[in-house]
Design a protein around this ligand. Structure first.
Ligand SMILES: Cc1cc2nc3c(=O)[nH]c(=O)nc-3n(C[C@H](O)[C@H](O)[C@H](O)COP(=O)(O)OP(=O)(O)OC[C@H]3O[C@@H](n4cnc5c(N)ncnc54)[C@H](O)[C@@H]3O)c2cc1C
Length: 339
């Protein structure tokens, strides 16, 4: 079989508790753009149990076709049954591209599937493009984020990559979109299902998810101390924002890791990202430069954060943040009075 016989883009759709994860919808959006350039279709492959009702949602977000695999063994993620099921789909459909979210599930599943298919896998891509030769250009940070490497798979199909949540933008949901929803059966080799799930203990739900926030007030080493982070929280409270941070504050133990923005943290694209005392290292920028509006406060006028900022304030965060908070508080109070 020649490379050109492989056709179509497959997105592995991740579900948890039978809820479709955002990253998969983001990938369907990206896949539909890649497929348009390749003049082919996007197939969203959903593995789970009692999941047929999700087919139309996947179409509404840009898939041309939804393959629904419904089996008790797939209700909860488990490496072996998922690997077997997805490998069968790919062997049968022979897509040229397969995309996964770079989540704990995607990172476990994608390498196993790629090994069984004897093809390559590029993890944590930040950009996916189609080359002049119609191959997939998979770009990701390399050497500690100091360079961006573009990786191709010239000799093997499918071309596979994982993409972290928040990197690609979802398409607008369009319930009038039509597509084919198809049930698909797979066979399991029971002996290979190494892990039997006896029970499932859910971790306490994260209090905040910075990827869902419209406004992020983000602090860096320039905040000076853990106590000073109150300045961020005070401002966030006034404008219904959420506090996030650079890795420097996470490493210092001042902020939990789930609030870290950047290459080894989360990728965010809020309407407003306010960087306070953050220098703008490339690994930090990788996680926030797609934000709608970026305001930076830094006492060093040459700080790299100003290169991506829409609005820059050169000054001391300890003086500027209380002033901004006070001003917004007054505006909020006067709004209350008017109401
Ligand atoms: C493989 C790898 C992965 C990484 N992943 C991430 C990641 O996911 N996220 C991340 O953030 N980093 C990451 N880093 C670390 C990154 O390289 C930087 O070290 C880090 O982002 C720096 O954090 P910072 O900007 O808070 O601190 P600094 O770089 O120390 O900057 C502090 C800034 O505050 C300013 N400042 C100081 N005092 C004040 C004041 N009073 N008022 C105003 N401004 C002031 C300074 O001028 C300076 O610009 C990674 C590094 C590596 C090697």
């Amino acid at each position: 079989m020649s490379l050109t016989d492989y056709k179509g883009v497959i997105v592995f759709v991740e579900q948890r508790d039978n809820e479709i994860q955002n990253v998969s919808l983001e990938l369907i959006g990206k896949a539909s753009k890649l497929a348009a350039e390749l003049e082919t279709i996007v197939t969203a492959v959903l593995l789970g149990h009692q999941n047929e009702q999700h087919g139309q949602l996947l179409i509404s977000y840009g898939a041309d076709k939804a393959l629904i695999i419904d089996d008790q063994k797939l209700a909860m993620y488990s490496t072996e049954p998922y690997t077997q099921a997805l490998t069968q789909v790919i062997n049968d459909k022979k897509p040229e591209i397969v995309l996964f979210g770079a989540t704990s599930i995607g990172r476990d599943l994608a390498p196993r599937v790629s090994a069984r298919l004897q093809t390559g896998l590029t993890a944590d891509c930040t950009s996916l493009e189609i080359s002049d030769e119609k191959g997939l250009l998979m770009t990701r940070p390399a050497f500690g984020g100091n360079i961006m490497a573009t990786i191709v798979s010239p000799d093997h199909r499918p071309q596979m990559s994982t993409v972290r949540p928040g990197v690609m933008a979802k398409l607008e949901r369009d319930d009038s979109r039509t597509g084919q929803v198809e049930k698909y059966d797979v066979k399991f080799e029971e002996n290979n299902c190494y892990v039997e799930i006896l029970s499932f203990e859910k971790a306490e739900k994260e209090k905040v998810d910075i990827q869902d926030a419209d406004i992020l007030i983000s602090g860096g080493r320039g905040m000076g101390s853990k106590e000073n982070l109150n300045l961020l929280h005070n401002l966030a409270d006034e404008i219904s924002g959420t506090v996030s941070a650079s890795r420097a504050l996470v490493d210092a133990g001042w902020v939990e890791h789930d609030r870290q923005v950047g290459q080894t943290g989360k990728t965010v694209r809020p309407n407003l990202y306010m960087a306070c005392g953050i220098s703008g290292a490339i690994q930090h920028l990788a996680g926030m430069e797609e934000s709608e509006l970026i305001i930076a406060i830094n006492k060093d006028a040459n700080a790299p954060i100003f290169e991506v900022a829409d609005l820059g304030i050169v000054g001391d965060v300890h003086k500027i943040l209380p002033l901004v908070t006070e001003r917004i508080k007054k505006i909020n109070q006067s709004k209350h009075i008017e109401e």
